[in-house]
Design a protein. Structure first.
Length: 639
């Protein structure tokens, strides 16, 4: 009997060879080797997305059953026991592709410019000239430095990092009692993080980071003048631990060392962005003196290595809403180790610092007209600004509009279908893919277009059921109900027909119903109707490409004049950047979070009303058609 405990897993068609130990979990081994395999539930064995096909060799399920050639086990439920060759099929592959960090041009064109943000950053560069010590003035070096800083800045209290104190005596004397002081404004006091010679340029860069569940985007900023030195984005490495925040929380609580794995994944992603940005800007990463992060509450918990478990348990209490600024070294960011990391405050477990950042950069409290800010992600986060007060909620929309949980869904990658037109009768379908590539799936914007097109063409009715009377070859019976062929196999990348099924349509309808019901809950809590809304700001990378008419036609957004909608792009990143370069904005963000009222939709007093709104919205566009006067009459047979 072989005593060899090492095995080789060969992954096809990549031909990648992974060295494993017997007993290794197959999904973890694939992730280690950076094979792009889906794991929507984070390895809990419930989503079915990590299926592989065994071509030769043997393995074992968690339950001890032998897996051999021709089997198609879930990688997360498979233990490596011997050499193995397997195939990762197209449907189990995570879409690759670059994350676009840029704002689409039409967004930049339609967003009203931010108010002039003054450059008064959280990390200040202050030249100081000290009175040399004498027998008559024997104040310590540190107190002497603080005294000089107080005179220049008017600030009362300062502290100093350990590394500054260590080098202080030599630095002050070598530079003849003149220095450039770098200090971070911690609101209660300033912390000295570097003392440089007066001739030194006083390099002070800052990093604004939008930590999304799916993507992370960062801006490198020169804090001396507020100029942007570059922007970069990457998929959040945490995706291998689950697609949405709930599966990440489950991962944290169920996996050994889960919290640490999540932390390392997100800090690893940020560190790669730092590496790219400083390389491209030709600066040193140790010149980064302050970092401001905006993210949902779960992302911020995982960044700091905090247990996110109670976020999803009633009564939904996060460990912390406002995390005190930490040293970068404490969370292992590759910047100046003494750089301070700030995160914008959360309002609640499901309304995080990202939405506060969006409210800040959109100047929600300054707007006279009643304004809704809608950020569509896995959670639809919505804020209503009315008469200076802010009411926020989070509607659990699920990942459908991000392509998750939809059989034909994908992210906005090359080959993703982003536009559909279906002629009445359902036979003629025209579509457009990103980059004109062969179709790989349908992205969020395409799914909105698709749902509307299917309805307008009479392929589905208002309850989302297929019209089985339709005489079109595209509609056919499948294993579970019907499916409709969107793109035939000879036009897709993997050669298989791209189809949509009844279950997909139900998921999409549920997602749009959750967001619309969330909007209605905010309005009805203030005894308002849709007509009162002067402006709807659509935030998030996904929002920027939405076909508005289609979105209203399916009942995702209220049916108000289209010119009252405005795309605001990545408002979270802009808010983080604003707080980075303007200390007043950092304070404003705290005020904003404190002043925002959070409507918990699952709380007893709201849950029934939300459910009523949700059920009423589970039609296309809505059971109350009079709410959507501009929607085409379509097939009302389901009503
Ligand atoms: S079933 Fe394996 S990751 Fe979900």
């Amino acid at each position: 009997m072989s005593t060899n405990t090492r095995c080789t897993v060969t992954v096809m068609p990549d031909e990648a060879e992974i060295e494993c130990s017997r007993g290794d979990n197959l999904l973890e081994a694939l992730h280690r080797a950076e094979v792009e395999i889906k794991s929507l539930c984070g390895g809990a064995g419930t989503c079915g997305s990590c299926r592989v096909i065994v071509e030769s060799g043997q393995a074992r399920t968690d339950d001890g059953d032998v897996i051999s050639e021709g089997d198609d086990p879930l990688a997360c439920r498979t233990e490596v026991t011997a050499d193995l060759q397997l195939h990762v099929p197209e449907e189990s592959r995570r879409a690759e592709g670059e994350v676009s960090a840029d704002e689409p041009r039409h967004v930049l064109g339609t967003v009203r410019p931010d108010r002039e943000v003054p450059v008064d950053p959280v990390c200040q560069v202050t030249p100081v000239k000290l009175t040399p010590p004498s027998l008559a003035d024997n104040t310590s070096d540190f107190d002497r430095t603080c005294r000089a800083l107080r005179e220049v800045t008017g600030r009362e209290a300062f502290s100093a990092s350990h590394s500054v104190l260590r080098g202080m005596a030599g630095s002050l004397r070598e530079n003849d009692w003149e220095s450039t002081a770098l200090w971070v404004d911690l609101q209660t006091h300033g912390e000295l993080i570097d003392l440089l010679s007066p001739e030194a340029a006083g390099e002070a860069y800052g990093l604004a980071v939008d930590i999304g569940t799916t993507t992370v985007v960062a801006d490198l900023v020169d804090l001396r003048n507020g100029e942007s030195l570059g922007r970069a984005g990457e998929y959040n490495e945490q995706q291998r631990c689950g697609e949405d925040v709930i599966s990440r929380i489950n991962f944290a609580s169920q996996k050994d060392n889960g919290i640490q794995i999540l932390k390392e994944a997100v800090t690893g992603t940020i560190n790669r962005l730092i590496e790219q940005l400083v390389r491209e800007a030709g600066v040193c990463e140790r010149g980064i003196r302050a970092v401001v992060c905006a993210g949902n509450t779960t992302m911020i918990h995982t960044l700091y290595g905090l247990d996110p478990n109670n976020i999803r348990r009633q009564p939904y209490i996060p460990t912390v809403g406002t995390v005190p600024p930490l040293r970068a070294a404490e969370i292992e960011l590759n910047t100046d180790p003494d750089a301070r990391v700030f995160s914008l405050p959360a309002v609640g477990s499901f309304v995080g610092g990202d939405i506060v950042a969006g409210a800040l950069s959109s100047r929600l409290t300054e707007r006279e007209e009643m304004t809704l800010l809608v950020d569509i992600g896995t959670n639809g986060e919505i804020v209503l600004a009315a008469g200076g007060s802010l009411l926020a909620c989070s509607a659990s929309a699920g990942p459908a509009f991000e392509g998750g949980g939809i059989s034909c869904g994908t992210r906005a990658v090359p080959g993703a279908v982003e536009r559909f037109r279906i002629a009445p009768g359902g036979d003629d379908v025209t579509y457009r893919t990103i980059g004109g590539q062969p179709a790989v799936g349908v992205c969020g914007t395409g799914l909105i277009d698709l749902l509307d097109s299917l309805l307008q063409a009479g392929v589905i009715n208002r309850s989302g059921r297929f019209n089985t009377e339709l005489e079109s070859d595209r509609l056919r019976e499948a294993d579970e109900g019907y499916e409709y062929v969107l793109v035939p196999g000879d036009e897709t990348r993997d050669g298989a027909d791209l189809t949509i099924e009844t279950a997909d349509i139900r998921n999409l309808i549920r997602s749009k119903a959750a967001i619309y019901a969330g909007i209605r809950m905010l309005l009805t809590n203030l005894a308002l109707d849709e007509d009162a809304v002067g402006r709807i700001l659509i935030a998030g990378g996904f929002g920027t490409h939405i076909n508005l008419d289609a979105a209203v036609s399916i009942g995702l957004f209220p049916d108000i004049e289209r010119d009252r909608f405005q795309f605001v792009g990545n408002s979270a990143l802009r808010g983080a950047r604003q707080a980075l370069i303007d200390r007043d904005s950092m304070r404003d963000a705290q005020e904003l979070a404190r002043g925002m009222t959070y409507l918990e939709l699952s709380a007893d007093e709201q849950a029934a009303a939300f459910m009523d709104e949700f059920v009423a919205a589970e039609f296309l566009p809505h059971t109350e058609m009079e709410r959507f006067p501009s929607a085409a009459p379509g097939d009302t047979s389901a009503l």
